[in-house]
Design a protein around this ligand. Structure first.
Ligand code: GLA
Length: 718
């Protein structure tokens, strides 16, 4: 049971979670908040003992507070490690001197929230820190509210992070993080930290392909996939963000993060407040696998908009098959084939609107192209529905091509600076979504699209980073607020559309995985991890993705060979086995698939539907990394333990190199498991100790096992 309590004598709060404890305390003079403990569960008395331990000694050139373990450091006084908050008051004073004022715990159902209120001792700024925990989880959601109480003019916020995370002091830490680029997202990287800072960030306006806002820290690089202590953190924000992971001269490692402070200023007017996004922390002593399973469970129960056990449908998307050349006839041909395969949602991608025949024109004109769809979309939608599928549509609402009616009518609606170029990316500009008129236009346009058609799925794309992020009409009226307001209005529109059209599921895409984070994931049912659909490359992208995010939201398509990115050709079976590791989709040109291929695909889709609750919502064990060796493998265990799915993917067999059996995890030793794919049966102990035999032959061979638990031996005959 989650529980938060305060101990008056040691001045400490303790957050008791499923298997971990977090502890912090007020300094004696109430001018700072000190981090005490974050790790495996300890008793309240032990936490109090820790809270009473003496603080750091005085060091020349430093102050005790400046080198202490602050939970959240306002810039001011003698502080030189990365701060969390920096402001300028209306009279030009910079620097905060805050005092603790009040605290409380709010309990609601299975969650508890601690709030701690600080006030600048002279200026009208209140800073409230929040900590929320949930029954059954080891996750702490931290965020901050800033309020200008009035009487002193506006407060300009120059930096405002959401939290500063502090793993305990150890010899050194390894940082694990996810980096990438277009077509190569969520690659796992690691570095042993030395003195100084590692900055992971996006300055692109979106979450970005470059880094994903997720990190893990383990002491002395001691954690393995299934053992050891790991501290992890992830940010719920879909705009520019920044994590600073710093090792101080005093051996402290901390990770401060939130919205990016680059080019950032936010004017907090009298009587207004600002809520910063949640920066979420998670501790596990079960290695990287334990951390991932912790994130997945939290996401399913507390982040994703759908119920924890909801399953995503099998999807078809025509992008790789037809690109911009969509029309009613060809899409119906594809839809008929897709329906026969067992597809449940049929999605038309780019090209259906405006003068959109390539990527030079049309964005912004969200009306159906009359040459491609002379009868509108409704006859096609009716046909798709008659085939038993839901209909989905691609949109990219935040963008405009200069060659569009929208841009010709509203050239001021894009981000730009006076007397500067309007630099195009993919021949498009970014709409200034901070503007009220743009926001109103966007919600009205999408609302009528969803009202006039039976659309049950929207792929929301975003295909360039921001440049020239100006707003000349608001010069000297804090135009830099666009960094926040764009994302806040995006969230508002998604929330509003979801409220008005509850039957619509959303997918977040930004040229692949450029907008994947806990913020967008609370508003969309799924995300597109990468435009790269090459099955071999996908293994690494999917591995990194799975460190932070649950398989259910990870869309994986089977597409055609040679792959359009890598020119690689691999067997259909291998492509299916890789794509079945998340939420399955098909993206090939079905009109060119042979009858045998269609038959084979239909079989895989039927199998997938049987096992998808286990894959999408089960416990994931990464048995072998695609970064090591020639065989990669993943295992999924149903939450009630009744079913297990295993995939093994071979890269290239080398004669004489033993592949070994796959030692399975999370099974009941005394239970028996029957493989529904081949009929073999094993005991849990056998699978754990001797392993599941796999024999992958040649190049790009793959194997799937679907183990169904039968009763443990001693239950027979009861
Ligand atoms: C982006 C997306 C693709 C596709 C195209 C359409 O690249 O990531 O999946 O939708 O846009 O133009």
């Amino acid at each position: 049971m989650a529980d938060i309590t305060y101990d008056v004598s040691s001045r400490r709060w303790i957050l008791q979670m499923e298997a971990s404890t977090y502890c912090l305390r007020r300094s004696l003079d109430d001018t700072s908040l000190q981090h005490i403990y974050w790790g495996p569960r300890i008793a309240g008395a032990t936490a109090s003992e820790m809270a009473r331990a003496p603080g750091p000694f005085l060091v020349p050139f430093e102050s005790p507070t400046g080198i202490s373990r602050e939970e959240y450091a306002p810039w001011g006084e003698i502080r030189f490690s990365e701060p969390s908050l920096k402001v300028e008051y209306a009279d030009g004073t910079r620097g905060i001197e805050w005092l603790f004022e009040d605290h409380g715990v709010e309990r609601s159902g299975a969650e508890q929230t601690l709030w701690l209120r600080f006030r600048d001792r002279l200026y009208p700024l209140i800073v409230t820190l929040y900590y929320r925990i949930h029954d059954g989880h080891d996750v702490i959601e931290r965020w901050v509210r800033l309020e200008n109480t009035g009487g002193g003019g506006p407060v300009t916020i120059e930096q405002a992070f959401s939290a500063d995370w502090r793993p305990p002091r150890r010899e050194c830490y390894r940082l694990t993080y996810l980096h990438g680029r277009w077509g190569k997202e969520t690659q796992v990287a690691e570095v042993v930290l030395g003195p100084g800072k590692v900055v992971l960030e996006s300055r692109r306006g979106t979450t970005s392909h470059q880094f994903n806002p997720w990190v893990a820290l383990d002491p002395e690089a001691s954690a393995t996939e299934e053992s050891g202590e790991v501290w992890s953190a992830a940010l719920a924000w879909s705009g520019s963000w920044k994590f600073v992971v710093e090792t101080t001269p005093y051996g402290e490692v901390h990770c401060a993060g939130g919205v990016n402070d680059f080019d950032f200023r936010y004017r907090l007017d009298e009587g207004t407040r600002l809520d910063l996004p949640a920066f979420v922390g998670l501790y596990s002593n079960k290695g990287f696998g334990g951390v991932s399973r912790g994130w997945h469970a939290y996401e399913r129960e507390h982040v994703f908009p759908e119920a924890p056990d909801a399953v995503r449908p099998v999807l078809y998307n025509s992008w790789e098959a037809t690109a911009f050349a969509v029309n009613e006839h060809d899409q119906i041909v594809l839809a008929e084939k897709a329906a026969w395969l067992g597809v449940e949602v049929f999605v038309i991608d780019d090209g259906w609107f405006g003068a959109r025949n390539d990527d030079y024109a049309g964005l912004g004109d969200w009306t159906v192209n009359p040459e491609k769809f002379p009868h509108g979309l409704n006859p096609l939608i009716a046909r798709v529905n008659a085939l038993g599928m839901r209909f989905g549509l691609w949109v990219e609402p935040e963008m405009v091509n200069p060659d569009s009616h929208l841009y010709r009518a509203h050239p001021d609606w894009v981000y730009h600076f006076r007397h500067r170029s309007r630099t195009e990316g993919r021949n498009q500009l970014v709409l200034n979504l901070a503007r009220d008129d743009v926001r109103e236009w966007m919600v009205a346009t999408l609302d009528s699209l969803l009202s006039e058609h039976n659309i049950e799925f929207v792929k929301w794309d975003m295909n360039r980073s921001f440049s020239e992020p100006g707003w000349p009409d608001e010069a000297n009226r804090n135009p830099e607020r666009i960094w926040l307001e764009h994302v806040r209005n995006l969230y508002w529109i998604l929330d509003e559309l979801r409220r008005r059209h509850p039957q619509v599921a959303f997918e977040s895409c930004a040229g692949g995985g450029g907008r994947v984070d806990l913020g967008i994931l609370s508003r969309v049912e799924q995300v597109w991890p990468s435009d790269n659909t090459d099955a071999l490359d996908r293994l690494r992208i999917q591995e990194g993705f799975s460190y932070a995010y649950a398989p259910r939201v990870m869309m994986c398509w089977v597409t055609d060979c040679p792959n359009f990115v890598t020119k690689r050709t691999v067997p259909l079976r291998y492509r299916f086995h890789v794509a079945m590791a998340g939420s399955l989709g098909i993206g090939g040109d079905l009109s060119r698939w042979t009858p045998q291929e269609l038959e084979e695909a239909r079989g895989f889709i039927a199998t997938y539907k049987r096992v998808r609750p286990v894959i999408q919502n089960g416990l994931l064990y990464r048995l072998r990394s695609p970064r090591a060796g020639s065989v990669a493998a993943s295992q999924y265990v149903a939450r009630d333990g009744s079913e297990v799915v295993v995939f093994a993917w071979g890269h290239s067999q080398q004669f004489g190199v033993t592949q070994g059996s796959l030692l399975l995890r999370g099974l009941e030793e005394e239970a028996h498991y029957a493989d529904a794919m081949c009929g073999a049966t094993y005991s849990g102990a056998y699978l754990a100790q001797k392993g599941l035999p796999v024999n992958l032959v040649g190049d790009f061979d793959s194997h799937m096992a679907h183990l169904v638990r039968t009763m443990p031996a001693h239950h027979h005959g009861e």
